[in-house]
Design a protein around this ligand. Sequence first.
Ligand SMILES: O=C(O)c1ccccc1N[C@@H]1O[C@H](COP(=O)(O)O)[C@@H](O)[C@H]1O
Length: 233
Amino acid sequence: MAIEIKICGLKTPETLEAALAAGADMVGAVFFAPSPRHLDLATAAALMARARGRAQVVALTVDADDAALDDIVAAVDPQALQLHGRETAERVAAIRARFGRPVWKAIGIAGREDLARLPDYAAVADRLLLDAKAPKGAALPGGNGVPFDWNLLAGLDLAKPFMLSGGLTPENVGHALALTRARGVDVSSGVESAPGVKDPARIAAFVRAARAFETAAGSRASALPAEQTSLAP
Ligand SMILES: O=C(O)c1ccccc1N[C@@H]1O[C@H](COP(=O)(O)O)[C@@H](O)[C@H]1O
């Protein structure tokens, strides 16, 4: 089972190159002014141009209106839009229709009750990103470096692939993948030395750890009889 790895909140050519050299599948640019990872359009366009053809470019927004999304799409031409605010399922569908490109919806998870919201979003988004709910009083709806109880996802059966985020690190990503069977992982704080400052060594360690899980899961699958080799989701 191939694991998709996204490194989010990249701000400099050096750290972007570190993510690409490590083998990240996706790189994310944050468009949310309160975030220490926020980029202006011109900086994001120049930075993400370096990733074109080497990884998928994902634009992260929070409750952005159509005009803001128009500007981001025109400047950066992202391969996916990651909606990380309080967007309703109807708004997700409208954005998908307007821009004709994949839309990911991040959903904050704190307890079992939050899982009830997933089917409505799975029906309209191209993929779900299951993140920790922001702590009370946090300035950001994501990117807080806190995990949630991954056991909540055991046995989760969604019609869409999901990625996991929230408090992932090089140290815990293998365990998180083993528990949740997520198709991909998204990390920001866990590969930083300070808020908004990415650490190339931690980026490389994160990708290595996720790939090590992938390799181990692949070996376990190939040791099974052919009819048992599907590790779906
Ligand atoms: O990274 C940010 O600054 C950010 C701001 C607003 C919404 C989401 C943000 N990041 C996303 O949050 C999750 C978890 O991040 P972390 O690894 O716990 O720091 C991840 O999907 C980021 O893309």
